[in-house]
Design a protein around this ligand. Sequence first.
Ligand code: AGP
Length: 597
Amino acid sequence: MCGIVGYIGPDNAAPILLNGLSKLEYRGYDSAGIAIYNNGKIEIVREVGKLANLYQTTDGGSAMPGAPGIGHTRWATHGRPSERNAHPHSTERFSLVHNGIIENTQYLKKKYLSKVSFDSETDTEIIVRMLQTFCDGGEEPFTAIAHIISEVEGSYALAIMDREHPEVIYAVKNKSPLLVGRGDGFNMIGSDAMAMIKHTNTFYELMDREFAVLTCDSVEIYTRYGKHVKREPFTADLDLTDTEKGTYPHYMLKEIEEQPVVIRRIIEEYTNENGDLTINDKILKDLKECDKVYMIACGTSYHAALVGCKMLESLAGKSASAYISSEFEYDMPILSQKPLFVFISQSGETADSRAVMVNVKEKGYKTLTITNVKGSTLSREAEHTLLLYAGPEISVASTKAYTAQIAVLAVLASCVAGKKCPLDLKYELSVAANVIEGLCSERDSYKELAREYVGDSTRCFYIGRGLDYFVCLEGALKMKEISYVQTEGFAAGELKHGTIALIEKDTPVIAIVSQENTDLHTRSNIEEVVSRGAKVLTISRSGLSMKKDSIIVGDVAEILTPLVTVVPTQYLAYYVALLHDRDIDKPRNLAKSVTVG
Ligand code: AGP
């Protein structure tokens, strides 16, 4: 997923842009570039590979004096990673960076650019060529940008510089994330707050098909029709330390070990003045009045949704089902009479989930977003939002956001249940936080188990039933996405219906046993794979454990066991990835937030 930064102000832009881009590295990229205005010219430097290459070429930015400037980290969609496809893309007058995908490129080329030759294979270059064409035809940049917005279909976040007017830069947004940072004597553009937090924590949101004109001292926002919009800025409660690794070798390890603190923060944030767990009345009303909750999410958030549905049904007797966003969008089931849609998304920017939100909102259904990012697209476009309070999650592999989602979903379910809730959830969540803390102190043992049970295997299985199966799906995803070991999360009872054919001598199998009503069944499934030569590592809940179990997690309320059984799976993935010398925080091919559909 691409990253965008822009700066206009009295200081040299290049070092500020490079620092901003470094805070966006977690989004995944394969090339980077910056454009700087200096003495009537726009100088551009682009490099394939890591941002370090750009730092080196520009000597940390000091070799490119001047301002304003724009910068970009590119995650290739149209056109392979190369210097010519890297952003910024320019004409003789304009330079532009883009995050997103243009959907009507052929139409635009045919209608406006049939006589134009292109330097790159990207869809982005079409936009800057259109801008140049419109201005060559006599339009002012302001009008030309509105014209572009009216013609271009797809997702785009743009930062634009004009060589003839270095006193302004432009920000343009449609579906892709983009914020404007408000400074004192300077202003910035960024894909998210993190890119700018070192300089300001005051931001303006741009809605779809809006654009902003930034000078050193002003930010003016306009609709696609060029109508001025009055909008109040918001402050982001991020601080720079949140986004630093501190003493940790990787963000992922830091974020695994932040989980106890995050759960305690959630308890605090959702406790009212009477000491009771509570959520906004309007949200509670809609949850109680609906006849079914449809949870929509992707990846790890989908795995949290599976647990959340179980909580709603068992704690509150509320019917609930979870759906993968990209499946639901094209294969919507027959809906209940009064559905409520809950979107679970750490970033709040996932395009697949947003596409469903647009769809269900058009049908007049109510929507709630549970997200870690205040002011994110899914948060702004939903009727209601519940925040995770997990702090920035930098590592592509989601860990603390997963347990935060489960904790918030537990709070939600207990509030819907009200006095009928069978648990003292506040107490049970704090027990879970303590158990996680204990598990974190065992980290060295997981390192040893990772080597002993998985080591340099290229295949691995997670098996479990019910909630344990849901955690198996999450554990398998973690293992896959950072160690690249082909791992399947499998319903233990289903193995004998075919997949057990894959089990052979020394196949690593990680079994999760935490549910009273299925532990003996899962134990017999463990025997099935052991008898076929598998190497089984069992993660069990202390009340159900056996001497031979490799990892025993402390007792928590059974419905909350995913909060604790997931922790060893996170560590196992981390240490296997370390064994395989992987790029743990930025795995290949992946992005932290998939804002393209
Ligand atoms: C999880 O480790 C992955 N990074 C990925 O599956 C992620 O959970 C998914 O893309 C959904 O992201 P979201 O929660 O920001 O919507």
